[in-house]
Design a protein around this ligand. Sequence first.
Ligand SMILES: Nc1ncnc2c1ncn2[C@@H]1O[C@H](COP(=O)(O)OP(=O)(O)O)[C@@H](O)[C@H]1O
Ligand SMILES: CC(=O)OP(=O)(O)O
Ligand SMILES: [Mg+2]
Length: 408
Amino acid sequence: MTRTRRAGSRVLVLNSGSSSVKYQLLDMNGTVHGTARLATGLVERIGERSARLVHTPAHGERREREADLPDHRAALTAAAEELAADGLGLDAPELAAVGHRVVHGGRWFTEPTVVDEGVLAEIERLVPLAPLHNPANIAGIRTAMALNGDVPQVAVFDTAFHTTIPEHAARYALDAKTAEEHRIRKYGFHGTSHAYVARRTAALLGREPSAVNVIVLHLGNGASASAVAGGRCVETSMGLTPLEGLVMGTRSGDIDPAVVFHLSRVAGLAMEDIDVLLNQRSGLMGLCGDNDMREVLRRRAEGDEEARLAFDVYIHRLKKYIGAYCAVLGRVDAVAFTAGVGENAAPVRSAAVAGLEGLGIEVDEPANTARESGPRLISPEYARVAVAVVPTDEELEIATQVFALVGS
Ligand SMILES: Nc1ncnc2c1ncn2[C@@H]1O[C@H](COP(=O)(O)OP(=O)(O)O)[C@@H](O)[C@H]1O
Ligand SMILES: CC(=O)OP(=O)(O)O
Ligand SMILES: [Mg+2]
């Protein structure tokens, strides 16, 4: 592995999505918990008529503006200008590295990796397996390279944490030759979040990660579950691509694969249209027209039937995965909820575990609905399994892994 030691202690983390970029500049030798956030930002609606950039420096006013940002290159250049205006530009000697979230790393990238042309070519080769994510990640890396060719670019892969999943869980029951030729298997995603949350959950229980079995439920716009045994991932709900598994904001999650043949042969849809249907027009959005769980909960509370059904489908799938992962793990010490929905939606948490008392899993409703923000337990003291809310921090985890590789 290439190691490039750098004198600076700052790491810029880029989390590029299909139409957005989240970024954070962290000082890894800061005073608070060893790291300090120097600036955070978000560019949304990239490629639409009017993109929005929100930049929040730690010392200074939050700035927000609309701009014409046709692609990720323009978005990142605008973000770099905001950082430079605070004296935090990409040319600062304090910058040790830029860390990039890369969604699909196949089977080979098991650790943070300094990016060179060979690594970029491999990320490019995986584009067909993550068409919404990898192109944005590549654009982020290329732009950061153009802005400062001297600072190392380090890729941290969503798939890395899942490379420990045993073969019998990672393989689909397909013709073996075809599967091998086309690299068809379960890769899993959101790994940086699952790793971070599993470790934080162990800390919350006051135990070593190696002594704890955790079911992590990462419920954001994309959503996935994982079973983590003693710190190692043994099963996860996303598969070859981030489409499998749980019901998501706009993605269907599990369906009978024959639905695809049916849509093609009987409904006459083109493959590209089926792809868009399952990835962008399904999930909560497909069931009730809203992909944001806040809207679904609001409408459901008002007695809206479509929103109630969408919620029930979402919860039923989630509950099935919790039960399945109890079986996979044998002994479960904790269930941890994280990401936008998992951290904020108390009704989702209580519904997902309702009826699972027999498995030792239940929530204490006052604790579940208490307005708190940090990592916390929400199960009653007597329960066999701890249920926790553990805020994820993919950017901090990426920065930590990157700094461990390049920091002096
Ligand atoms: N207070 C809340 N109640 C319910 N859902 C929420 C709340 N806040 C955020 N969310 C949900 O979280 C989602 C975003 O989660 P996040 O982890 O930021 O996703 P992503 O990283 O995929 O963009 C939103 O689509 C919204 O549905
Ligand atoms: C892999 C994935 O689904 O990521 P996100 O939730 O950021 O879309
Ligand atoms: Mg996310």
